[in-house]
Design a protein around this ligand. Structure first.
Ligand code: E4P
Length: 217
């Protein structure tokens, strides 16, 4: 499973990239706003740091305007994935942009029928929003499982990108459900490595080693 960082904070992206832990980045208009930076500047910087797909979202609502914005965003770098919303206009824009050879991430997916349409429109990625479904008392992970079955039934190549991830459990469950990619806020990526028994075990190994007086190098 690939890991994308769900952030527009370039410092955090550079730090995670140094650890070799991320395969791409997703941004959205809210994350760009949170960064407080110019959209083009920030996306250019991210694309310089990360070789994998960097999602950049259109903000138009009409398909022709989405296509114009998508083409402009795709000029930033060859690894830009144009993000369009899962509306009829978004699907139409997806079809056009993907037929031009651009990567397209269809976002704001909340049902398996929507995911089916995105695959038919040639999406590179479909982004089901797990956390936002859970927030409504639904089970977001069921959606990932359903999309996996549907895509496998028809050999669709669209990658399932689990989004709106709120906890480490969402990450492991996405992997179990067969998501191709999970996009995760940096704070949660760091939490994945932590376990109290790892810390405790390491402390006791190091304490014992100290008492041997030996050195490895
Ligand atoms: C990523 O592509 C999505 O925009 C993001 O995961 C949404 O997360 P949120 O529901 O926490 O805002």
């Amino acid at each position: 499973m690939e890991f994308f960082a769900d952030t527009a904070e370039t410092k955090e992206i550079a730090e995670l990239s140094d650890f070799g832990m991320i395969d791409g980045v997703t941004t959205n208009p809210s994350l760009i706003k949170k960064s407080g930076r110019d959209v083009f500047q920030v996306l250019e910087e991210i694309c310089d740091i990360v070789d994998g797909p960097v999602s950049a979202e259109v903000v138009a609502v009409k398909s022709e305007d989405m296509v114009t914005e998508g083409r402009r965003l795709a000029q930033i770098a060859t690894n830009i994935a144009v993000k369009v919303p899962l509306t009829l206009d978004g699907l139409k824009a997806c079809k056009i942009l993907s037929s031009e050879g651009k990567m397209v991430n269809v976002t704001l997916c909340f049902s398996s029928n929507q995911a089916l349409l995105a695959a038919k429109a040639g999406a590179t990625f479909i982004s089901p929003f797990i956390g936002r479904l859970d927030d409504l008392g639904m089970n977001g992970m069921n959606l990932i499982e359903d999309i996996r079955v549907i895509y496998d039934n028809y050999a669709f190549e669209t990658k399932i990108l689990a989004a709106s991830i709120r906890s480490p459990v969402h990450v492991s469950e996405s992997a179990l459900a067969g998501a191709d990619v999970v996009t995760v806020p940096p704070a949660i990526i760091k939490k994945l490595a932590h376990h109290p028994l790892t810390d405790k075990g390491l402390q006791s190994f190091l304490a014992d080693w100290d008492q041997t007086g030996m050195r490895i190098v």
